[in-house]
Design a protein around this ligand. Structure first.
Ligand SMILES: [Zn+2]
Ligand SMILES: [Zn+2]
Length: 256
């Protein structure tokens, strides 16, 4: 692997290790393109921030740290400043505008919830047979794909639907078709592999078979051990081989 654009920092409250440790591990493993994509800060209209995002008060420090490392490691590894964001129709424009203001070089979509923060949200990884939640998830991912602001979709298969298989196939196929139409890559998520989560899942990727989509690999680093998770590579490659999926060896970043 030559790149990873999905990594976090301790500022999000559920990651450990320093940016420098991640970068050193990446260089040692032969990675040449690295993006930090921590959970984007956001203050909701009721004044609340959610605890799994970078606090607004720390965003400047995040930017400064990444930009300093970018300079320091020039020639060894290319470092990029990014964010991982959800799609909330009422807040998305504001999030993109902030990212632009902060000089973000790219955004990835990670739709960790349905419903909108902070009043109501239902984690995408919670097992459910609720078709409305599934459709809500799919619609949000599709809207983000069509916005033109997203470099790729992280763990598109995160939603843990355990209900009617036909409905699942129909909704997930809509996501795949939107990605195909807009040429937005879909990620096979290594955190899901090393953590043995409900994703990546064959029931999603087999639907992509025969579609002209591109696959991106992402470590989704939340600690130094996961900063360069080559142990999960064979499973990701197996999925691609099984369903004839094209793996990108270079990711074109979209500036928001
Ligand atoms: Zn995270
Ligand atoms: Zn994520």
């Amino acid at each position: 692997m030559r790149y990873n654009f999905h990594s976090h920092t301790p500022r999000c409250g559920h990651a450990t290790g320093s940016e420098r440790q991640y970068i050193e591990a990446a260089i040692a493993a032969g990675i040449r393109e690295w993006g930090f994509s921590d959970h984007i800060p956001f203050i909701f209209p009721n004044g609340r921030e959610n605890s799994y995002r970078v606090p607004m008060a720390q965003v400047q420090e995040y930017i400064d740290t990444v930009n300093a490392l970018k300079e320091e490691y020039k020639g060894k590894i290319n470092i990029y400043l990014g964010f991982e964001t959800e799609y909330y129709p009422e807040h998305f424009d504001g999030m993109v505008e902030n990212a632009r203001k902060w000089g973000a070089e790219y955004l990835i979509l990670g739709q960790h919830s349905v419903g909108s923060e902070p009043e109501f949200f239902f984690w995408s990884t919670e097992a459910t047979d609720n078709q409305e939640y599934l459709k809500d998830y799919a619609n949000r991912v599709i809207a983000a794909i069509k916005s033109g602001f997203i470099t790729y979709v992280a763990h598109p298969d995160m939603f843990n639907f355990v209900g009617d298989e036909n409905v699942y196939n129909e909704e997930m196929t809509k996501i795949i078709e939107a990605a195909e139409e807009c040429s937005v890559p879909l990620e096979i998520n290594f955190l899901g592999i090393r953590d043995n989560r409900n994703y990546p899942t064959d029931k999603f990727w087999k639907l992509a078979q025969g579609h002209n989509i591109s696959v991106v690999f992402g470590f989704d680093s939340h600690d130094v051990e996961g900063a360069c998770d080559l142990a999960s590579l064979p499973r990701a490659q197996e999925i691609c081989e099984k369903y004839g999926l094209k793996i990108l060896d270079k990711v074109e970043l979209i500036k928001p």
